[in-house]
Design a protein around this ligand. Structure first.
Ligand code: HEC
Length: 118
């Protein structure tokens, strides 16, 4: 029979696995089925982590978008959608957004201020 200490150690070892199993779909999967309601959780996985780097297709430093002007953010998203900006992940994401969603996202991030961390 397991003593209490062994049991606790085993349970603790399994906990990270349980947490992993509960994680929502990866951003890449979300990008192919962008919901019509603006869903900033699909952006915050990359954009709200200071110093975060995306590793595909090579290592990119993910820019902080909070606090940039709405006009700039909107122009950037339109450029990804049109193909004038070429980052593949951002292009895939922008192509799933309509004009109203792009305007709403730009306004949201502009309003958050540059010291926003989430
Ligand atoms: C998988 C990670 C990832 C996700 C998810 C993501 N982005 Fe990005 N985003 C990046 C990277 C990397 C860049 C820099 C690409 C480049 O160099 O062109 C970028 C660039 C941008 C830029 C241009 C910023 C600038 O300073 O020029 C904007 C605006 C932007 N993203 C908005 C969004 C919005 C809005 C969402 C959600 C709908 C989103 N991103 C989701 C990784 C991501």
């Amino acid at each position: 029979m397991m003593n209490t200490r062994t049991w606790i150690a085993a349970a603790a070892a399994l906990m990270p696995l349980a947490a992993l199993a509960q994680q929502p779909a990866a951003p890449a999967a979300a990008a192919t089925s962008v919901p019509k309601v603006v869903n900033v959780s699909m952006c915050s996985g990359c954009h709200t982590i200071p110093g975060y780097q995306a590793s595909f297709p090579r290592v990119y430093r993910v820019p902080m978008i909070s606090g940039q002007s709405a006009k700039y953010l909107e122009a950037a998203l339109l450029a990804y959608r049109k193909g004038d900006r070429n980052h593949p992940t951002m292009r895939a994401i922008a192509m799933g957004l309509d004009d109203a969603e792009i305007a709403a996202l730009a306004a949201y991030y502009a309003a958050r201020g540059s010291d926003a961390t989430k």
